[in-house]
Design a protein around this ligand. Structure first.
Ligand code: GLV
Length: 319
């Protein structure tokens, strides 16, 4: 008798798969994040839980689920919301959904880069305000993209995908990562550099690292000061990678020109002052939000559950 809990409604592909393979599937019927107390209550006695990046899964949650629980399948590529070590100690598998969202996330980072560089949101608002009085030589002047220097911080799957998409814009590509990325070097002539050099040299800096103690506040006051005052910072990774208070200051002081953000340090809140800035394009954590991508993420999370409950390895294990 397999008993699965899904912490919030997810795309149908995942639900259908679970219902076809499991005896009991219960889904949180309300489209909201469960309160910690509700979560503890709901996971009780489950063999598997399909959770989301907004669920904080700590040892208390594993304890509440009980010793029969085999897997927490996160419907996200990131997994900073789960305590991996506690899961390992209890022999609980943690899985994520890598690969299927590389294109969507990289496309989103490019969308943020374009809209920030070319002031799309600002000019759209101006158009809608009815204040536009016709073409003007000094209106909404933005930044060139073609031929400029692109700095990628974190050249894993998504960072690589994002970088490869720059080929059409003939950009000079720098990357900072602990590992060498031969694909980027061969295909783009990209150069691996230290973080400080990347920050000093790049016109556009895009973040693609996982959140970990090492990457928390990787970009703070010091790093923002190193960047060109004409530079654009893009973040589609995790909010706490940037010290958001320091970012607001840097944007106010003109230490950097602008920022395109999909993620925030304390979601769903943005740092004080951030959303008042015209030189910020802010989206509500939607990088993987395309129909196909979300369907695929739901399906992989569900398949991880059914594989583990069938006594096999998950497709995409984290711990
Ligand atoms: C989204 O942020 C994810 O980690 O999938």
């Amino acid at each position: 008798m397999s008993n699965v809990y899904v912490t919030r409604m997810i795309p149908e592909a995942g639900i259908e798969h679970l219902k076809a393979h499991c005896d009991k599937v219960e889904i949180n019927p309300d489209d909201h994040v469960l309160e910690p107390g509700e979560l503890l209550e709901k996971v009780k006695g489950r063999d598997a839980v399909l959770c989301l990046l907004t669920d904080i899964i700590n040892d208390q949650v594993y304890e509440a689920a009980g010793p029969q629980c085999r897997i927490f399948a996160n419907m996200a590529v990131g997994f900073n919301n789960l305590d991996l070590e506690a899961a390992r100690k209890r022999n609980i598998v943690v899985s994520n959904t890598p690969g299927v969202l590389d294109d969507a996330t990289a496309d989103m980072a490019w969308s943020l880069l374009f809209s920030t560089a070319r002031r799309i949101v600002e000019s759209d608002a101006h158009m809608r305000s009815g204040k536009w009085d016709g073409w003007g030589p000094l209106q909404f002047i933005g930044k060139d993209i073609t031929g400029r220097t692109l700095g990628i911080i974190g050249a894993g799957r998504i960072g690589t995908n994002f970088a490869l998409k720059s080929a059409g814009f003939n950009m000079k590509v720098l990357y900072a990562d602990v590992r060498r990325n031969e694909e980027l070097e061969t295909k783009l002539g990209a150069k691996k550099v230290e973080l400080d050099e990347l920050l000093k040299e790049s016109d556009f800096v895009s973040l693609h690292v996982f959140l970990s103690p090492e990457t928390t506040h990787l970009i703070g006051e010091r790093e923002l000061t190193l960047m060109k005052d004409s530079a654009v910072l893009i973040n589609s990774s995790r909010g706490p990678v940037i010290d958001e208070k320091a970012l607001v200051k840097a944007l106010q002081n003109g230490d950097i020109a602008s920022a395109g953000l999909d993620v925030y340090e304390f979601e769903p809140k943005a740092a004080e002052g951030l959303l008042e800035l015209k030189n910020v394009v802010a989206c509500p954590h939607i990088a993987s939000a395309t129909f196909d991508t979300r369907n695929n993420m739901a399906l992989i999370a569900a398949r991880n559950i059914t594989e583990v409950l069938a006594g096999r390895d998950p497709i995409t294990r984290v711990n």
